[in-house]
Design a protein around this ligand. Structure first.
Ligand code: PLP
Length: 336
């Protein structure tokens, strides 16, 4: 209902939803065009299981640059028929933006070349379902890790796929075959969570803004990767204004001094818990390079804009002054 989709199916995890959605539309010998970075698990899924099954991929890092995306689409279609376009926006952990309207144009161009339009699948975990509606921008399937904001309490693992009735029939029959449905207890917990979704997301997003703007002023912080801090007039800012109704609460910052410095900061935090999930009421911090994205090589991480000193935060609903005081305590480890 929130996605304004014909139908939605829930799954035993976000990864179960993602894999089932891709397998429902892509066959061995076909190719998926994908944005990068994706959530580390999805990156690894494409590079291992899907590749082994004969579903290849081609990728682009700059999802707002039509030339870069077209070049990747050419590369994909040189390998085989384009089965789908799979994107995550904003991306975990860099907040890289993918232009959904551009993806819709690329899908139509592919349809002209190969006679079949590849469906567009969007991982909407970071802003949806209240603040970004990919189906309104030409997407066909929206996937979620409901474990995150929708669940919201770090006490359930679930995923979903939503879209047109025709595509969802395929998704649902594959779910029946694989048997990766959601258990009834978690389904009940999700209905409880939906009651407070807007309250939690609004508070977390407002907190994130305060924390991010404070971080930006800190000398130890080299770079902020937050949707609310995109250069005015940039393509990313224009796309974000067009397709996203909020700036999110999962973002990253880079400290001077690389991985060792990032670890020093993380070790001092007391209010932020060190954990790799996101979207819960409690604030979490992690070093994505060695945790969520440890399956991506160091060289590839560099290409994806993940510096060694990158720390990812998932801001919760606590008092923002406590979160800022905690980060100040962490950053103090880098003084002197
Ligand atoms: C953007 C995104 N998509 C998908 C997933 C995978 O979800 P799950 O942990 O529910 O399998 C995650 C998990 O961190 C995520 O952050």
């Amino acid at each position: 209902m929130l996605e304004r989709a014909d139908a939605c199916s829930v799954f035993s995890s976000g990864m179960a939803a993602i894999l089932t959605a891709i397998l429902a539309v892509a066959d061995p010998g076909q190719v998926v065009l994908r944005s990068r970075p994706l959530y580390g698990g999805t990156e690894t899924l494409f590079d291992t299981l899907l590749a082994t099954l004969g579903i290849a991929s081609a990728s682009f890092v700059d999802g707002v640059d039509p030339d870069a995306v077209r070049a990747a689409a050419d590369e994909a279609m040189a390998k085989g028929p384009l089965a789908a376009i799979y994107v995550e926006t904003p991306a975990n952990p860099t907040n890289a933006v993918v232009d959904l309207d551009l993806m819709a144009r690329i899908a139509l161009e592919a349809a002209e070349r190969q006679g079949v339009r590849p469906p567009i699948i969007v991982d909407n975990t970071l802003l949806g379902p209240l603040y970004q509606s990919p189906l309104d921008h030409g997407a066909d399937l929206v996937v979620y890790s409901l474990t995150k904001y929708v669940g919201g309490h770090s006490d359930l693992i679930a995923g979903s796929v939503a879209g047109s009735a025709a595509l969802m029939r395929k998704v649902r029959s594959l779910r029946n075959l694989i048997g990766n449905q959601l258990d009834v207890h978690s389904a009940w917990m999700l209905t409880r969570s939906l009651e407070t979704l807007r309250l939690r997301m609004d508070k977390a997003f407002a907190n994130a803004r305060e924390v991010a703007l404070w971080l930006k002023q800190q000398p130890a912080v080299e770079r902020l990767a937050y949707l609310g801090d995109l250069p005015p007039g940039s393509r990313e800012a224009e796309v974000t204004a067009r397709q996203s109704g909020a700036m999110g609460a999962t973002f990253s910052f880079v400290v001077r001094g690389g991985r060792a410095a990032a670890f020093k900061v993380l070790d001092r935090l007391q209010v932020f818990k060190l954990a790799v999930s996101l979207g819960g009421t409690e604030s979490l911090a992690c070093h994505p390079g060695s945790t969520t994205h440890s399956g991506v090589s160091a060289n590839e991480q560099g290409i994806l804009g993940m510096e060694e000193g990158m720390i990812r935060l998932s801001i919760g609903v606590e008092a923002p002054k406590d979160l800022i005081a905690d980060l100040a305590r962490g950053l103090a480890a880098l003084e002197g």
